[in-house]
Ligand binder design. Structure first.
Ligand SMILES: O=C(O)CCC(=O)C(=O)O
Ligand SMILES: [Fe+2]
Length: 468
């Protein structure tokens, strides 16, 4: 019988150079978010999310929009009842040596950062004093205000049956994908996830016109040295990498992304998020808005139509390309999970439990402290991708989240697990169609050094990678 609490601890102590303060990995039966969230298929086009954002008042002007139904699978999600749990493993068999780690050229650590790492109270307070730059309000007025561009829903770009996903020929695509200048299509104001970034690269707005962040792929040995730089004596700064199997084909890799790689991901998301196709707050034609900011990579995913397309309908921007370093990170993570399952489960074919994939699309969400996402299934990818039950790989960075998941669209029956900075959640195989959502963001739980080094505003960055 599958034991959802079974954890495989690899005994791999890794200094993430910042203490992660969170409520632990408890997997509990969650009691309740809101009855309104029941009945949801996807957070962004379902009645339950609309319930989060009540209907428009009568005097709201109506926008006529044809709604293209997504390619929703009629397949019923199934969860295997009998799954062999991972056994506790004594030896350290998952060393990362040989892994290529993405790293950021950060130069010598600033004294303030070093203090943060060793727990300087003063600096911790300074970090916690950073206030949100752009807090997503849940007030009714905000839900109904004119936050959506007036063009939203008017200039629908109907997704082609098979939007092309380009992984190569970047330059060629770049030249084609520039949004056509149009004075009638207002562009969203850029949303800067790192308003406190101290680099000379300037503000989010300035970065729209250019400016690349330096990203280097560093060999594992060098990266270890970087970890060494940040090692402190305080044992509370040590976080242990471990694996939790939450279901068949559903694996949670705790503290899997090294600190500097988290920094790199934040910086890359900030850079892309401030440019064309960057972060915006999605909404519906009736004016309701989601409680998160979103940016799509590779292809646009349209919450209104629950389908993928090559351009966003509200501003005609093409989504940024999926960075190669993200693709290789996801592939490495899947390889890691694969060998983990292979070594520990008595299964003939690991691919049946957790199929491998190389992602070509990613949805990047940023949740402020009031952000959330209702229970839903991810099933707008192609029939082929869904039929193969190719996994969704979800990376969490920043503040922790109370993440819900379950076999049914019922918050009362959903289980809850805390996703912390650096955690990777994978759900594929028989868990590909699980219902999942974010109940709440746990404030002040991001690694202080991460905030210091990136200027990330309070909140949570989540990247979900898929194969379209
Ligand atoms: O933020 C998360 O952890 C989940 C995001 C998600 O489910 C989605 O983008 O489809
Ligand atoms: Fe999802």
């Amino acid at each position: 019988m599958f034991n959802e609490l079974s954890a495989l601890r690899l005994g791999r102590i890794i200094n993430r150079s910042a203490r992660i303060v969170a409520g632990g990995n408890s997997v509990t039966s969650y009691t309740r978010i809101s009855e309104k969230e029941q009945g949801q298929q996807h957070p962004m086009n379902s009645s339950t999310y609309e319930d989060d954002f009540p209907p428009l008042s009568a005097n709201k002007s109506k926008q006529r929009t044809r709604i293209v139904l997504g390619k929703c699978s009629k397949q019923k999600p199934e969860m295997a009842q009998n799954v062999v749990p991972l056994q506790r493993k004594a030896s350290n068999s998952s060393t990362s040596s040989g892994e290529e780690l993405v790293n950021l050229n950060i130069g010598p650590l600033q004294p303030e950062v070093a203090n943060l790492i060793t727990g300087s109270k003063q600096n911790l307070e300074e970090v916690h004093n950073i206030r949100p730059y752009h807090e997503a309000s849940t007030s009714t007025s905000d839900l109904y205000d004119a936050g959506l561009p007036t063009s939203f829903g008017k200039k629908q770009v109907y997704p082609s049956k098979s939007p092309k996903v380009h992984q190569t020929h970047h330059e060629q695509r770049e030249s084609k994908r520039r949004p056509k200048p149009s004075s009638s299509v207002p562009i969203d104001e850029p949303f800067d996830i790192c308003p406190h970034q101290s680099s000379e690269s300037g503000s989010c707005v300035n970065r729209i016109t250019g400016g690349e962040l330096s990203v280097t792929i560093q060999p594992a040995e060098e990266n270890k040295q970087n970890k060494g730089i940040t090692e402190g004596n305080d044992s509370e700064d040590l976080v242990e990498e471990s694996e939790l199997v939450l279901g068949p084909g559903m694996v949670l890799l705790k503290h899997h992304i090294p600190f500097l790689e988290q920094v790199n991901i934040v910086n890359k998301c900030r850079e892309l998020g401030c440019g064309p196709g960057g972060f915006y707050r999605p909404g519906y034609n009736d004016g309701a808005k989601l409680r998160l900011y979103m940016m799509c990579l590779g292809l646009d995913w349209n919450p209104q139509t629950a389908s993928y397309g090559e351009r966003r309908c509200h501003d005609n921007a093409a989504p940024p390309l999926l960075p190669n370093e993200f693709i290789s990170l996801v592939c490495r993570t899947l390889d890691h999970s694969h060998s983990l399952i292979e070594r520990n489960l008595m299964v003939d074919n690991v691919d049946d439990v957790l199929p491998k994939m190389s992602p070509d699309v990613c949805i990047v969400n940023f949740y402020t402290s009031s952000g959330r996402l209702g229970l839903h299934q991810d099933r707008d990818e192609t029939r082929e991708s869904l039929d193969k039950r190719l996994p969704v790989v979800s990376i969490s960075i920043g503040d922790s989240a109370e993440f819900l998941y379950g076999e049914q669209r019922d918050v009362n029956k959903a289980k809850s697990v805390t996703l912390e900075s650096g955690d990777v959640l994978i759900f594929g195989g028989e868990s590909r169609h699980i219902y999942h959502g974010v109940k709440a963001i746990v404030p002040d739980t991001a690694p202080p050094a991460l905030l210091e080094m990136t200027g990330l505003q309070p909140g949570r960055l989540n990247l979900t990678f898929r194969k379209y």
